[in-house]
Design a protein around this ligand. Structure first.
Ligand SMILES: [Zn+2]
Length: 46
């Protein structure tokens, strides 16, 4: 499982997947994916 960093849900790995900075992120829905792509840095907390 992967974590949707937008809404915090557990999602199937590879679902609505985006690669950013060499890391892969999966999202529950295209809407969450789109939100992430608009401002990835905002959602990546290291
Ligand atoms: Zn989501």
């Amino acid at each position: 499982m992967a974590k949707d960093v937008i809404c915090g849900m557990d999602v199937e790995e590879g679902k609505n997947e985006v690669e950013y900075n060499g890391e892969k992120f999966s999202f529950c829905a295209p809407a969450c994916k789109a939100k992430f792509e608009q401002d990835p840095e905002k959602y990546i907390k290291k």
